[in-house]
Design a protein around this ligand. Structure first.
Ligand SMILES: [Zn+2]
Length: 183
């Protein structure tokens, strides 16, 4: 049942892909293809998972979910892992890791990873969820540091040098020579 939710999500996201990108999926113009393929990827993968998973109801993995998982195509499993990766990252960024929805999604993520590892021995075993959660403070600190740098011009956002001076409406770093916006 849960796997169907992921399929529905993909279908919904697919509808937001431009006709041009969709057509090109079947065309042989490779250069064009890769550019539009990026549009497909980002539309499907970077959309609002929180809005979706908050609006549907699902439970922790059941025996049926586990059984059905074994019948899924490997390519679906890999796609679902990427989707849940993005979804969980969004919930972590929203500080919602202790909520039921997040914990249920994590349980499905773990199931998928286990299945992927058993089918593909070289599949990375690292737990992306825990890793992303543990590095959240670091990410926030880094973000605040860069925001402060844009306001105060105390360090260069590119190389970290403190040799930064005002240059019109931008900051200019005299170490690496690059400029960055003031706010
Ligand atoms: Zn610099």
């Amino acid at each position: 049942m849960f796997w169907q939710l992921l399929r529905d999500y993909l279908l919904k996201a697919n509808r937001n892909i431009s006709m041009k990108a969709r057509e090109t999926r079947f065309s042989s113009q490779i250069a064009y293809f890769s550019q539009l393929e990026k549009e497909v990827e980002s539309t499907v993968l970077n959309s609002d998972y929180i809005a979706y998973f908050d609006s549907v109801s699902f439970d922790y993995p059941s025996l049926e979910d586990t059984r059905e998982l074994e019948t899924l195509e490997t390519s679906d499993i890999l796609q679902f892992i990427v989707m849940l990766n993005h979804a969980l990252a969004q919930y972590i960024d929203a500080f919602r890791e202790n909520e039921d929805t997040t914990q249920k999604l994590y349980a499905f993520y773990e199931l998928l990873k286990k299945e992927a590892c058993s089918r593909i021995p070289s599949y990375p075993k690292e737990d992306g969820y825990t890793d992303y959660l543990n590095s959240r403070n670091e990410r926030l600190e880094q973000k605040q540091k860069l925001e402060k740098a844009r306001v105060e011009g105390n360090i260069c956002v590119h190389c970290g040098s403190s040799d930064v001076r005002s240059h019109g409406d931008k900051w200019k770093c005299f170490e690496c020579g690059r400029k960055f916006r003031k706010h």
